[in-house]
Design a protein around this ligand. Sequence first.
Ligand code: BDR
Ligand code: CA
Length: 314
Amino acid sequence: SLPLVIDTDTAQDDCVALLIGLLDPLADLRAITMVAGNVGFDRQVRNAFLTLNAAGRLGEVPVHLGCRRPLTRPWVSAENVHGDGVGGLDMDFTGCAPEAEHGVDALVRLAAERPGELSIVAIGPLTNIAAASLKDPDFAGNVKTLYVMGGSNNGRGNITAAAEFNFYVDPEAAKAVFAAGFEIVVIPWDPLTLRQAVFGPSALAEIAALDTPLARFFTRVCAATLEFDRSVGIDGTTHPDSLTAALLLHPELVVRSAPYHVDVETAGELTRGYAAMSWGVHGLAANATVIEEVDAAGFFSYLRALLARSVTPV
Ligand code: BDR
Ligand code: CA
C-alpha cells in the first residue's frame, strides 16, 4: 500500500477525498494536515473529524493543524460555495483532539522518515507545502510525488475568470511549490473537473440509491455545492479533490497526460493565481506532469463502489 498524507481545507469534495484515503485498501494514510482555505479553519478541523467518523476510522489517523492563513495575504473563504462544508452534519467532538505537532512539521518529518516513499495529495491552497519546503531544503526531494489539485489548463477559473480557488488563495505558495523541485502531478479544475468528471443528476441518483451511510454522507456534504454549481450552470457536482486522490491510487484512470512548465501569477491585476501552463512550445523546462484527460466513467464507478461499502461510524 501507498504511504500518503492528505493536505486539505476540508469541505465538500475534500471530505470525499479523505474517504478515499481512509477506505481504499491501496492507501496507507499516515496523516491529515489542515490548511486555510474553503471554510473557517476550526470548522475544517471539525469536518475532518466528521469524515474520519463517517469512515469508521475516528482516532486512527492523526490530524495536524497547519497554516491558518496564506503565506503573505489574508484568508479568502469559499463559504458562499460550500456553506459549512458538510451540509450541517454534527456529532459529539469530545475526544477529537488534533495532534500537538504543527502540520508543516509533520509533513517535513513524515517525508524525512521515509525518503522517496511518501506521496502527498494537496487539495487546498499550497501554503503548508510551500512552508515545509522553506523549512527543510530536503523536503521536495524526500517526497515521492506531490499530487496538486489546482489551476486550470488554459481554461476557465472558478473564483475569477483567470484563477482557480486553491492557487488564487495563496499564489505565492503555489509559485514557490512549482519552483521547489518536487515531482508534481497537476489535476487542473478545467477541463478535468469542469468538463469531464462532473456527476450529473443520474449519477447522483445512483449514489443516493445505494442508501449506505457513506452514500448518505456523500449526498449530504455535496448538497450545498450542488446548489451553487446549478446556479452557475453546471449540471451536477464537481469532484476535483476526490479525483486527485483517486488518480494517485489508480493511475489507470488517467487517459492522457503531458509534461508542462507550470508557474503561477502573483502580481497580475486581473490574473492573481492564474496558472501559466506552458506545454513545451515556449522553450521552458517541464516541472510538472499535467493530467489532460481522465476516464470519467471509471472514476464514477470507482467512487460508487467505495460508497457502497458498509462501514460502522464510531
Ligand atoms: C478547489 O477549491 C475548493 O473549493 C475545493 O475544495 C477544491 O480543492 C477547486 O477549485
Ligand atoms: Ca479543497
